[in-house]
Design a protein around this ligand. Structure first.
Ligand SMILES: *[C@@H]1O[C@H](CO)[C@@H](O)[C@H](O)[C@H]1NC(C)=O
Ligand SMILES: *[C@@H]1O[C@H](CO)[C@@H](O)[C@H](O)[C@H]1NC(C)=O
Length: 390
């Protein structure tokens, strides 16, 4: 009896200790994740606003104050990547329930080749939101291509003048994202801003630009170059392209990459950086066969130890926008994927609010290109309840 009650006391003590010391305290039980499309609304409808033909390339971010900011390219006269554009923005201060009217925060004029989005990165240490975009990326009409930066210090209400980062980075065609940059939350390089993107189709690859002083100065970090580099590609050449980085709790950066020429599979490439974005060793590259992909920009997010991923999950067509999640840092995916939209769907992105409240732990937010006949018809915002509405 005595031994039994001692054992009971000991196991209670161990339980209490493990509750105190376990890194899993407050972590989500993966079995409880049961994502529910909780609310959805169209933020932009192509052709519906006078000066814009097509809205494409949506970005969605949290802000340090707990707002959501959505951005897209407002392509003035065609649906093409090339041509004059606005950067459109809408802002929500009530977790996506209502949105401000569209503000055009950049107008590139009527150039033959305008701007392209882009990445948004939040600096929690100084409370800023930084938008990185490119001008003259696609065209030979204007040279060279420039990497530009806009910054807001007031939660997205106002934006400073565009700054030309090419002066610091050197002339190179670099199209960031499209998606979110990250601020390193863990060592190595805690606090660093990491924005990754791709090069021109010939000089393609994944390239990251880094800032260790809150976006004042930027320098070139990791490069994972295409093969053959700076040469015309053939079908199935190695051609890493648009990408989305996330940070794991051990400080590793995982980058989920568009496999432009479907090298090895009709699926996503994954590559890791263990030095805060300075290098992307090819030894660590793998193909994620579960993440079948029609060659597109996809969304990825790491939240409370769970990795989320969105793309049009189909080998041939941009249809079937699907949310997946992983409790093994993307090594395996839970079998139960959630279809957000069966029809045409293109680029997507994911964010969540970082307030730490019970409310903020329940939701993630997805933005994606959505249509009935064509994925360019609208940009849609979807609020996802992670626990089936409970
Ligand atoms: C940005 O800076 C680069 C390098 O100085 C220059 O070649 C380019 O024309 C600049 N772009 C703009 C839009 O000012
Ligand atoms: C949609 O995606 C799911 C999950 O990947 C897959 O099982 C299903 O076959 C896909 N449907 C189509 C039509 O691609």
């Amino acid at each position: 009896m005595e031994t039994g009650s001692r054992l009971a006391a000991l196991s209670l003590l161990l339980l209490l200790l493990s509750a105190v010391f376990s890194p899993c305290v407050g972590q989500i039980n993966p079995a409880e994740i049961d994502p529910l499309l909780y609310e959805e609304q169209l933020l932009w409808v192509s052709g519906a606003q006078g000066e814009v033909n097509t809205y494409r390339i949506p970005l969605l971010t949290f802000t340090p104050k707990g707002s959501l900011l959505a951005f897209s390219e407002g392509r003035k006269s065609t649906a093409s990547d090339v041509g004059a554009k606005f950067i459109a923005m809408r802002r929500s201060t009530d977790k996506g329930a209502t949105w401000s009217p569209t503000a055009f925060i950049v107008d590139d004029g009527l150039k033959p080749d305008g701007l392209n989005l882009g990445s948004v990165v939040v600096d929690m240490e100084v409370g800023s939101v930084i938008l990185i975009y490119t001008i003259c990326f696609h065209s030979y009409h204007c040279h060279p291509s420039s990497t530009m930066m806009l910054e807001s210090r007031d939660d997205g209400l106002s934006w400073g003048a565009p700054k030309n980062l090419t002066v610091q980075l050197g002339v190179k065609a670099f199209a960031s994202g499209p998606g979110l940059g990250i601020q390193k939350r863990f060592e190595p390089a805690k606090g660093r801003l990491v924005v990754c993107g791709h090069g021109t189709l010939e000089g393609d690859g994944v390239f990251c630009i880094l800032s260790d002083d809150h976006g004042q100065n930027w320098y070139n970090g990791a490069a994972l170059k295409s093969i053959p580099y700076n040469q015309k590609k053939k079908a199935h050449d190695f051609n890493p392209d648009e990408c989305q980085p996330v940070e794991l709790n051990d400080g590793t950066i995982v980058i989920n990459v568009r496999n432009q020429n479907s090298y090895h599979c009709q699926c996503r490439l994954v590559v890791h950086s263990h030095d805060g974005g300075l290098s992307l060793p090819v030894e660590g590259l793998y193909f994620d066969y579960t993440l079948v992909d029609p060659v597109v920009a996809a969304g990825a997010l790491q939240k409370d130890g769970v990795m989320y991923f969105t793309n049009p999950s189909n080998e041939q067509h941009r249809i079937n926008l699907t949310l997946r999640w992983s409790v093994t840092d993307g090594k395996t995916w839970e079998g139960k994927a959630v279809q957000i939209w069966a029809g045409p769907s293109g680029y997507s992105g994911i964010t969540s609010l970082e307030g730490g409240s019970a409310e903020d732990r329940k939701y993630i937010y997805v933005i994606y290109e959505k249509g009935h006949k064509n994925y360019c018809e609208t940009v849609s915002f979807a609020k996802i309840h992670l626990f089936g509405g409970r």
